[in-house]
Design a protein around this ligand. Sequence first.
Ligand code: PMP
Length: 360
Amino acid sequence: MTVYNFNAGPAILPPTVLSQAQEELRDFAGTGISVMETSHRSKEFEAINNEVEARFKALLGIESGYRVLLLQGGASTQFAMIPLNFLAADAVADYIVTGVWAEKARDEAQKIGKVHIAADTAADKHNRIPTQAELQFSENPAYVHLTTNNTIYGTQWQTIPETNGVPIVADMSSDIFSRPFDASKFGLVYAGAQKNLGPSGVTVVLIREDWLDKGAKNVPTMLRYSTHAKNNSLYNTPPTFGVYMLNLVLGWIQEQGGLAGMAEYNTRKANIVYNAIDNSGGFYRGHAVTDSRSQMNVTFNLPNQELEKQFLAETKAQGMLGLPGHRSVGGVRASIYNAMSIEGVEALASFMAHFAAKHG
Ligand code: PMP
């Protein structure tokens, strides 16, 4: 049986990347040992580490002005690290709240400093992204924080909002490198690798170089971005296998035509699943309003919970894994990250049509 992996994260990895990792598992680069058994100070690992930053920047089309840091602690640690470093006592940071993860980022910042809520879609069960006109920024925020893709609700910013020159700090955990973005709008971008970039354990941070100097000085060493930048992300022992996998995935994205190639592919895939929702005569109800739909996490409900249970049991039996919605919202969520194939979304869409015809 062909298995299709719709898990939200950790999530699907490109099959060619898994095969390469398998081939090299016992003998990395002719060393006779696994990359997992190699010192992070070795020239072999250093080459991987450097290649990650180079590939990351090449994919974004930037040469200078930014650093790429490979950290630990997940995106959740970034929720605190960002305000610890960049939200001074006399400053305010603006947060746009569009889902559970954005709420968590806001909550951490509120423990550390002054937070202004520029918009909050909780009253609409986070089923949409705010319009530009709705955003009420404070006078002179240190940064504007937003979550580009809301993994649980299945909404995604279609374009990055205008902030009048205020640097944006973005949680891109669930859509990083699914499409191009203009780095110059961002002071800092962060993402746990485990959805679009690799296994869990590595957190990628893109940070504007001039931000490295302006971080607060009273922050513990491990929680300062400057520590990791100065040490090329080798201040302490990094998650070496995750970094190795990340490097392979970045190489794979380059082979797919880079971020523009990924975006085209992801649009094609998302359209297949959304068409299955839209052509079901109301049997499937998408959670996100149409103009806020995510290309990464497609969330929907069936007429009742009984049918949802049956849908999830039958898809699972057919090898479509990871489709139950997040425990906080229920329903169905198809996570169709970069590595999901067209065949995978076609299998799902065709099952959806069949199931709706039978039970609708
Ligand atoms: N932000 C977003 C958008 C997420 O989807 C997640 C995890 N699903 C997180 C943050 C938390 O990430 P981590 O588990 O890496 O801390």
